[in-house]
Design a protein around this ligand. Sequence first.
Ligand code: N01
Length: 549
Amino acid sequence: MEQRDSHSAADPRYVDAVVVGAGFSGLFATWRLTQLGLTVRAFDLGSEIGGVWTWNRYPGAQTDSPHHTYRYTFDEQLLSDWRYTKKFPPGNEVRAYLNHVADRFGLRQYYTLNTRIESATFDDASSLWEIRTDGGETVRTKYFVTGVGLVSEPVRPKYSGLDTFGGELYYTSNWPQTPVDLAGKRVALIGTGSSGTQISGWVADNAAEMTVYLRTPNYVAPTGNRDVTDDDQLELRDGFERVRAQMRAHPASFPFALTQGRLAVDATPEELDAVFEEMWNRGGFSLLYESFDDVSTDKRANDLLGDFFRRKIAEIVTDPAKAAVLSPHYPYGSKRPPTGDAFYQSFNREHVSLVDLRATPITEVTKRGIVTGGELREFDVIILATGFDASTGAFTRMNITGRDGVSLAEHWVNGPRTFAGVAVHGFPNMFMVAGPQSPFSNLPPGAELAGNWIGDCIEWMRENDVDRVEATAAAEGDWVQLCNDIAAGSFALAAAVEANSWFAGANIEGKPRAINIYFGGANAYADKLEGEASSNYESFEITSNVTLS
Ligand code: N01
């Protein structure tokens, strides 16, 4: 059906949709919208297709979603054709996968890479978005669709003197495309989230000395990584319906059974140990999702899991002082837990040391190294694995201005406000794939869910001659309230600020402390979006075609 909007004939700068992002979210949205017959321009700051995997190409980067779930499911042949080598695939294979998808479905032609969006402004008179890029281009579009990632805008620590450091300085979030050689070098690693713990094994193996600067300890479970077998691969062809159903039903879109039928609070000490030990060895998120049904809902059960972790750390790390520094005491789940195999073990190695930043914060970086507690440690290399301005950072950076001239940064001054992570009141026809207040879950299924919902909504608009959809203030307010209520009802999330969690914006000085995730589960979220579509978008103000200027 050729149904291009009437703006197009008059304005060569017009396309029906602009998509921002070349990761899982943006790439899928681009595919979905071009399938509708829309003209699309897509942009990404990266030099290639791959989203966060383009930037975070540090050694050791890998998913902690299993191989059969870290991919798109919209095309059966693609699903069974692509083979990762590892259960938890390394970052370079994920990048290769996304590039393969771009080529296979002819999506590269829509992309302009190496390009930053400088601003996106809604023009009330024409009902169009005007998008300006740092390449000096202006594009006018009806549908402005973002797939900018949850953790994509890096945090640069504000240490005095950081710019004066005379050695090599690297961010895991912007890792060089050329090899980094640590041989014979003294390396400081700052940050022990997912990125810091993942890169630590490589640093310990290659550097002459590694000093880890730790501010908040994490619960780091083993990955249980292994090779993908022929049988695993066959499951993608012959057994995927079961996997698909499990992912749809699961709160984090993982193919785990929903319940285990056992509670930690009812278990004997022997049962607790046996189950936790089995799940520890299984790796990944099994301790959270496959041990006991109450670990994330009952504080007593969560404490038992925390005790197990602390015992494990004390068993692995032979120096009790280091083990104490590495042991978290906030509830498991207050902060996003990393997975990794070499992290705790590395602290038994002669050339690895640990600095507790809670006891001695970094006061200065000099030409030669890092000062804590009045003492300078000299380094050849500093690696910053210091995280992201999560959830909202990538949006506010784009200078988005909605109807009535209100910027998104102003609208979100006290924390994000969205309707179901896909839309914002005051920002008509702006759609977000995996935007703030979406669930925190295995990303590719979430990107497909939201991307399809957006595609369906736009298709419905075109079929019904609708010019604008805009989330109502009431629906947005209800969603914000729901996100807050769910977080307030969780003992783990109540401790998110204390744990410096990016779930609450608490990893960034001066950022409003506000829960930026919908923690009601990806399964309930999918129900919500499906219900919204079948109600013909009852949470939106719908405007039929207006006179075009
Ligand atoms: O970032 P983080 P990340 N001085 O925020 C510390 C995803 N991801 O890049 O905890 C000293 O988790 C900070 O300390 P604290 C995943 O969703 C996934 O590791 O704030 N330290 C913390 O230790 C993840 O959650 C994978 O006290 C400072 C670290 O730096 C998200 O991305 C792999 C500091 C930052 O940890 C972010 O992970 C990688 C300062 N000024 C990332 N500022 C997969 O496995 C910060 N820190 C798929």
